[in-house]
Design a protein around this ligand. Structure first.
Ligand code: NAD
Length: 416
C-alpha cells in the first residue's frame, strides 16, 4: 500500500495504515478488525490553575484504545504540541506493543498541552496534581482501570505527584501505589525502570546483530562494536540508549540531535559529557570539541550505521526519507517514521526495527512495578528465606555424614 508522493497523513492515520497492512495478513472478520483499529474512548479535560495571580486554562486528554485487558496502560506526556490525534495514535501503539511483548495490559495514553520549561517546580506540581485529579474522578487513573507512566516531558517526579494525589482522593484503595508506574523507588517504584526503555532498545539491537543474515541484508557485518550511531533526542530514552550502546557495546556515537541544534564528531561524542552539558545549559549549543549544526534535523541525513530517533513522532517523513543514509533505523521514539516514509525506506533497503517492539522495555518493567505494588511485598523476599533454609539443611546433611564444610563456603552457600 503506497500513498501519493505529496501526501503525508496524520500520526493516527499513519498508525492505522500500518494496522491495515498487518490486518490484511490475518483471518479476522472485518467488523472485529474495525473495532480493534479504533480508540474505545477519549476523555478531554479543561481546567483552570491560578499562576502568579492570573487564571490559566489547560487542556489535556486520556485515551483508552483498548480495554480488552485491564488496566489500560500508557504514558502521560507534557508537550506544547500534543493534541487528541497524537494521543489516540499513541494509545493504539500501546495496545499493539503490549500484545506483541505479551504484557497483560490494554492500551492507553495521556497528554497535557503545556510547555513544562515555562513553569517553576511548584507551579508544575500544582498543574500536575490538578490534571491527575481530573483523571482520577473519572477512573482514568486507578490501579485496576488505567495506569499511567512517564513519557515525553514527564518522569519520576510527575509520577510521584500523581501517586500522591491519587492516594489523597482514594484513601481506601490499598493498591493505591499501583495507580501509576515509573515512580521513584522510595515511593514504590522499581530498580531499573528509569533506564528500562533505553536498555530495551539496546537489547533489541543486540538481538538484531545476533542474526547475521539480517545484519548482512542491512549491508553490515559483525556486532555493535564500532558501529557509527546517530541519536535524536537526549532525553530519558535517547540518553540511556546512547550511554549503554557506548559503554557496554563499544558503539561510536557520532551524532546527537537536540531541539536547539545537533553535535557531530566522527571520532565519537562522550554521551555522559554531552548529557551533563545539556542539563546544565538547557541544550547542546556551545558544547566544546564537536561540530555544531544549528538545524538539527539535517543530521538525520548524515551517513551512519544506525540512526536512533528517540525524540518524537514523524521526524522521518516523506520530505527527508529519500536522503536518509543510515543502514538501520532503530525506532526508540513512538512513531518516528511515518507510514509514507517507511515505504520509501523499504525501497532503499533501509531496515527499520519498529517502535512497538524496540521501545517496549519501559512498559515491560512497568508491569513488574505494578505487580510488585499489588503484591505488597518486595520481589524475592519470601524466596530468600526459603533458599537460606534449604541451603542450611543441605550443609547440615553434609556435616552429619562427618565432612566439615569451610565456614566461608557455608556463608556463600547459605546466602539467599
Ligand atoms: P523526554 O522528554 O525525556 O526526552 C525527549 C528529548 O527529545 C528531550 O531531550 C527533548 O529536548 C528532545 N527533543 C524534542 N523534540 C526534539 C526535536 N524535534 N529534535 C531533537 N530533539 C528533540 O522523552 P522520552 O521519555 O525520552 O520520550 C521520547 C520518545 O520515546 C517519545 O516518542 C516517547 O513516546 C517514547 N517512549 C518513551 C518511553 C519512556 O519510558 N519514557 C517509553 C516508550 C516510548
Amino acid at each position: 500500500m503506497t500513498l501519493p508522493p505529496d501526501k503525508e497523513v496524520s500520526f493516527k492515520d499513519s498508525v492505522n495504515l500500518s494496522f491495515d497492512l498487518a490486518r490484511a495478513t490475518l483471518d479476522i472478520p472485518d467488523g472485529m478488525a474495525q473495532y480493534i483499529r479504533n480508540v474505545n474512548n477519549v476523555y478531554q479535560v479543561r481546567f483552570p490553575v491560578k499562576i502568579k495571580g492570573e487564571i490559566e486554562t489547560f487542556i489535556g486528554w486520556r485515551a483508552v484504545h483498548s480495554d480488552h485487558i485491564l488496566p489500560a496502560k500508557g504514558g502521560i506526556r507534557f508537550s506544547p504540541q500534543v493534541d487528541q490525534n497524537e494521543i489516540e495514535a499513541l494509545a493504539a501503539l500501546m495496545t499493539y506493543k503490549c500484545a506483541l511483548v505479551d504484557v497483560p495490559f490494554g492500551g492507553s495514553k495521556g497528554g497535557l498541552l503545556i510547555d513544562p520549561t515555562k513553569y517553576d517546580r511548584e507551579t508544575m506540581e500544582r498543574i500536575t496534581r490538578r490534571f491527575a485529579f481530573e483523571l482520577i474522578q473519572k477512573d482514568y487513573i486507578g490501579s485496576g482501570t488505567n495506569v499511567p507512566a512517564p513519557d515525553m516531558g514527564t518522569g519520576q517526579r510527575e509520577m510521584a505527584w500523581i501517586a500522591s494525589t491519587y492516594n489523597s482522593y482514594r484513601p481506601g484503595d490499598i493498591n493505591h501505589l499501583a495507580c501509576v508506574t515509573g515512580k521513584p523507588v522510595s515511593m514504590g517504584g522499581i530498580q531499573g525502570r528509569v533506564e528500562a526503555t533505553g536498555r530495551g532498545v539496546v537489547y533489541g539491537l543486540r538481538e538484531f546483530f545476533r542474526t547475521q543474515d539480517d545484519v548482512q541484508s542491512a549491508g553490515m557485518e559483525g556486532n555493535l562494536e564500532g558501529k557509527k550511531v546517530i541519536v535524536q533526542g537526549l532525553g530519558n530514552v535517547g540518553y540511556y540508549t546512547a550511554k549503554i550502546l557506548q559503554e557496554e557495546d563499544g558503539a561510536i556515537i557520532i551524532g546527537i540531535l537536540e531541539y536547539d541544534g545537533a553535535l557531530l564528531d566522527l571520532n565519537g561524542l562522550n554521551v555522559e559529557d554531552v548529557y551533563q552539558y545539556k542539563v546544565a545549559n538547557k541544550g547542546v549549543r556551545g558544547f566544546p570539541g564537536a561540530e555544531y549544526v544549528a538545524d538539527s534535523k539535517l543530521l538525520l541525513e548524515e551517513a551512519c550505521d544506525i540512526l536512533i530517533p528517540a525524540a518524537m513522532e514523524g521526524t522521518i517523513n516523506q520530505q527527508n526519507a529519500g536522503r536518509i543514509q543510515a543502514k538501520i533505523i532503530a525506532e526508540a521514539a513512538n512513531g518516528p517514521v511515518t507510514f509514507a516514509a517507511e515505504a520509501i525506506l523499504q525501497e532503499k533497503g533501509v531496515v527499520s526495527i519498529p517502535d512497538v517492539y524496540l521501545n517496549a522495555g519501559g512498559v515491560t518493567v512497568s508491569y513488574f512495578e505494578w505487580i510488585k505494588n499489588l503484591s505488597h511485598i518486595r520481589f524475592g523476599r519470601i524466596q530468600k528465606r526459603y533458599e537460606e533454609g534449604k541451603s542450611e539443611k543441605l550443609i547440615q546433611a553434609i556435616e552429619s555424614s562427618g565432612h566439615k564444610v569451610p565456614k566461608a563456603l557455608v556463608e556463600q552457600i547459605c546466602q539467599g
